[in-house]
Structure formats: structure tokens, C-alpha cells
Design a protein around this ligand. Sequence first.
Ligand code: DGJ
Length: 743
Amino acid sequence: MSIEWDSEGRVLHLRNGQISYLLRVQEDGSLGHLYFGPALAADRSYAHLSGGEFRGFGNRLGEPGRLEYPVAGGGDYRVPALVVEHPDGSTALRLEYAGHEITRGKPDVPGLPATYVESDDEADTVTVVLRDEVSGVEAHLAYTIFAAEAAIARSVRIVNGGDGIVRIGTAMSAALDLPDTDWVMDQLSGTWARERHVVSRALVPGRQSISSRRGSSGHEHNPFLLLRRATTTEEHGEAIGFSLVYSGNFLAEAEVDPFGSARVRIGIDPEEFRWTLEPGAEFAAPEVVLVYSDAGLGALSDTYHRLYRERLARGPWRDRPRPVLLNSWEGAYFDFDEERLVRMAASAADVGIELFVLDDGWFGHRDADTSSLGDWFADRRKLPNGIDGLARRVQAAGVRFGLWIEPEMVSRDSELFRAHPDWAVGVPGRPRTEGRNQYVLDMSRPDVVEHLDAVLSQVLAGASVTYVKWDMNRVITEPYSLALPPERQGEFFHRYILGVYELHRRLTARFPEILFESCAGGGGRFDPGMLAFAPQAWTSDDTDAAERLRIQWGTSMAYPLSAIAAHVAAVPNHQVGRITPLATRAAVAFFGVFGYELDPTALPDAEREEVRGQVAFYLAHRELFQRGRFVRLVGPFDGDGNETAWAVVSADRRSAVVGHYRVLNRPSPGPTRLRLRGLDPDATYDVSTWPAAEDTVARLNAGRRGGDELMSAGLVLDATRAEVAARGDFEARLFVLEAGSAE
Ligand code: DGJ
């Protein structure tokens, strides 16, 4: 890995064994973008890639060139990365190169979560300073290239180096000008209970975007998009990923211009954003992680998975096996007392579950979602011995104890709201919109963060809590902070998220041994910003196995299995009323951080034994399921979506578990094969199926098979007519592959 400066051509070349990223200071001082793609040779001149003519600053109006951090007001009419309003109300900017610095390692992004390195030889960084001579406004563009990953982390600091107050209207984290428009854009979209479905569209002239203005990254769109060629598959072809390490409002947009180039920009959504910069002050925009792959979507996801699992997640839980848990929510909702919880915990312990999580309903007088958020003290009617007393009994029953909180919220019916109505987000003189009967606390206020830090620390220090689920169940309306002056109200949303990060930072620092899981009404804030504090996230409130195939597939585009919490719930499913086999529910939930979301004391004996077997199976393969390489094989968004298949493969390719799922059973299926990927072609694998069966599939696949055969010919999915007639809908089967000693 290296960053070279070609002083003659004025080209910066960031390079590792896999990728190159090339920037050029153009004749007029603007910073042009030359290239992002497979690694190019070192020590060569690439200045000519700017094109035959100088095109910076749009002085060939209507035909601007490829710019690294484009601005408005200078003749480039495509979407800008930076818009600043000067004291005289003008917005023109002319950013010229003012120098650069190459450093080893990777600096932090001030105040914001970001990827990191553990030693300086893991990455190199160049920071390029661009300056507007008239106003003194500077953009400090940081680019980190990792030694071992096809990834560039970019971030930006806007510095007011002038003597007037300026207002930032747009400060994107990155723009990328691509030399052609022949791309399909994939986004992860949906809503509550069907988050992160893969949606694709070919780029067309004009702007195409996804965004959030809800105060959180949201259920609707994930702060991630990728561009791929129409021919790109899981294993072949080009793709570029854009992933924003941020949990608030965002915009990710591609614009195709009439001259055959495409600009992607990603960052905080400018719509509800305005930031005042005093002379000498600076603003840090969140990090974006760009990943390039010429080996398909699978390789692109591999890169994000490794980076986010190993160099975004922090703390002791980054590398620890995550416990199998039972969450009380769907099993008990608000209807519990200490005795019931202890019975559930004991029952969980008996089947091998390791952690019992008490979800919503333990505080204030919360018997429904109408009260008590903000009152973080145990409801003694339900828990006469408090959280501590309950935690002790749960531990005595043989499982660890975890607790749900929703720090950012307050109920109208709460002591906290009665004492501090001004802490709830809202505009004086206007009604506040309630969502799930609750208001949002103004996390932009340091006194609110301070208060939450104090009360939550008391709760967590007062009992043996080993896990926290941090929920967030409504979006922000009527954005306004009583603590900000009128001219700074445009800062509210970003300051809110900075407050959330600050509280996370304090609690994770004070309680490093606690495993944090993030949640926002299911997967409404499943983003890299949250993963920097909580290494796993509740993926969706939809626990139905068939729905989860699409949700988990889509989530895996950018996020590792170690982040994807997945639980087995009771049937009929509480979100869709669907009845799926217990084995299928587990076979889907195994691919992630596994757990249960039901009342185990209500399980019939036969199901209880089945659950015991599931937990044992997961624990036996936990390392694989949580840290193995996830390989997508057959997609739920392809064809009629009836079949899905995926696998996890160990780093040494000696073990794998393959999952195959059929939503609806169909009569007279043809003989089918499932070709695998990612195995060692020279290894021989013992193949067995789970759950144990004695049908044709189990019989035909059992035994020793070469990795070459499994990848080229595949597993055999044939069934007899009688077997098809008996199997019903929602069938799942796992194939367990263990390589024997070399032959
Ligand atoms: C929404 C979460 O996604 C659920 O898992 C549960 O924690 C509820 N909130 C509790 O109110």
C-alpha cells in the first residue's frame, strides 16, 4: 500500500494490491478525479486521464470535468458536494489546491464514529486542503487506503479560515465523478418490518436518490448504495459501494449528466441542514467507505463485512462469541412479573440459551406503550426486588441477564416529562406530534445527555447487566431545540445524532463489558454509525422466516453476520400470522446472531427438545455463523423469489453450512442442483444435512464430496413425488460440510 505524489503531473496515487484511486491538481488549481478501480502500476504518470482539455471550474460551461469535491456557483451545474453562504449572502466558491499531507495510519473523524486501524501499517492517509481565496473557506479532504482491503475511507472537514461567519448548506462526505453512466444502482429500501429489500434501477439522465429526513437513518432507506454493471453477478463483474458511517439524516444520490458521466454524492441530507461556522471553526462531515470490486457483489460484501466486523466495531465484544439469547418481548410483551421472568429464564437455561433479555415494560408504571419512558427505575409492582434482585435470580437460574432501554424517548405520562417538558423536541406554540404515544428527547442538549448518562449508569451499575438493547421507536417531527438560537436550528438534526453518539461513547466506555445491541423499531437505524458502538443490531421486528429471507439477504449486502441479530419466534407469527416449521425458523435465524423471542415455558415437550437441539447445533457452529464468510447463492429477489440459498464458509474453507429455503412448495419440481461457491476445490468434505432426515436429498448428498464437485456440479435437491407431496410450504434444509484430512 502506498500514496504517491507525482509532483510533475500533480497526481496523487493511492494504491494497494487491489485498487488504485487517483486525484489530480488541475491547471487552474481545482482537484480533479481521475480514477477509482483495479490497481494501476506505481511510478507512472496518469495526468493525461484528466482528458484532452482542461475542464475544471466549468469555464467550459455545460461541459465540466470530473471533480473531486464539486461546489456550486462556479459553472458546474451538477449536484454539488459543498454549498456555503458567505456573509454577503452569496454562495459562489472556488476551491483550489492549497497543499496535502501524507500520513501513516488513519486519523479519527472528530466527534463521529469511523473505521480505524490498530497499527499504522494497516493504512495510509492523505489529507488534501482546498481553499477558497476570497472567503478563506477550506475543505480538508481525508482519504485513507487500507493495506488489505479494496476500500477507501473518505471524510471531510470544512474550516472557516476567513474572518466572516459563513453558513454551510451542503457538506457531503464524498462525491465521485465516474467516466461513464452504464451502471445499475442498488439500494436497500423498505419500511417497518420489511427493511433493506434490494431495489435496483438502471441510471438514467437526471438525479436518482435515496434519503432520510426522519432524524435517523430510517427503515425506508439504508445509508448505502452500490453501482454495478448490468452484467455483474455475485461472483463476477464490477461494483462500487458507498456506505455512510452515520445514523441521522442522509442523502445518497447519483446524477447522470448529458455528457456521459455520472456523479455520486453521499452525506448528510442538505434539506434540513444548515451549519453556522464562526471564523476559525470547523465542521466534520461523517465518513463514507467506498469499496470497489471487480469480482462481483460477493467480494464487495466481503470487504464491508471484514471492515465493519473488525475495524468499525470496537471494544471487547468485537471479537467475542455473541451469546444465544432469549428476548422477552414477543413472549411476554408488558405482561410479566418477577416470577414469570424467572420461569422464562430458567426454561431458557434448561435448553442451553445463555442470556435472558428483559425487554420493554420494566420501568415506571409501564403496562402499555402509553407511559413511563424516561423513568428509568424498576416498576416495583412487577419487580419487587428491582432489577438487581431479578438479575440475581436470572443468573441463579443459569443464564446471564440483559436489559432493554430506550434512552432517547420520553412519554407524556412520565416523571421526566413533568419535570422537564422543555427537554422534549418540539416547536414552542405548535402541537407536538406523538408517535407510539411518545416524544423524542432533545439529544442535542448537553444537559439531556448528562442526565441520561447519570440515570442509565445508575441502572447498569446497580445490577449485573451484561447486555443492553438500546431501542429507538419513533422518528423526529417538529425539529427544534430550545437550547439553540434561531439561526442555528438547522444544526438540530446533526447535533441530535452527535448527542446520541456522545451518550453511547460514555456508556460503552464506562461499561466495556456490556454487549450493546442497537434497535430502532426493528431495523430502523441499522447503520455503520451505530455499529461503531453496538456491534450487533436487531435486524427487523419481522420475525417471520419467509420475510426474514429477504431482510437478511438485503442486510448482508453491506453488513456482516456478526451484526445481524436474528431470532426464532412463535407461530402464528406476530407480524404476518404465518405458520412456518420451527426448524425453518431456526434455519433462517442461524445465519446471524441467534436467539429466541417467545415464551419457552409455553413450548410443548417435543418443540422444547427441538429447541434444545437447535441451540446445541448453533453453539457447535457459532464461530462459523458469526464470523464465517457469507456467500449468497440463490437470491430471494431473483425470479419469483421462491427459493433462497446461502452459505457460511470458514476462513480456512474447511467447514461450511449451506442453507436452502423454499417458500412455497410446488408440484412436479424438476431435478435441481445447488452449486456452491467459496469452498476449497481440492478438499474433500463430509456432507450431512440438518435437521436429520432420511429422504432422497439426505441420501443423495450424504458422504464425502469433493469441493470441486460441490462447486461445479452442486448439491442434489431431487425429491420423489411422495416426498414433494409431504413436504408442505416453508421448507428449509441445511447442509453441513466438514473437510476431512487431506487425501
Ligand atoms: C421495538 C423493538 O424492535 C422490539 O424488539 C421491542 O423491543 C419493542 N420495540 C419494545 O417496545
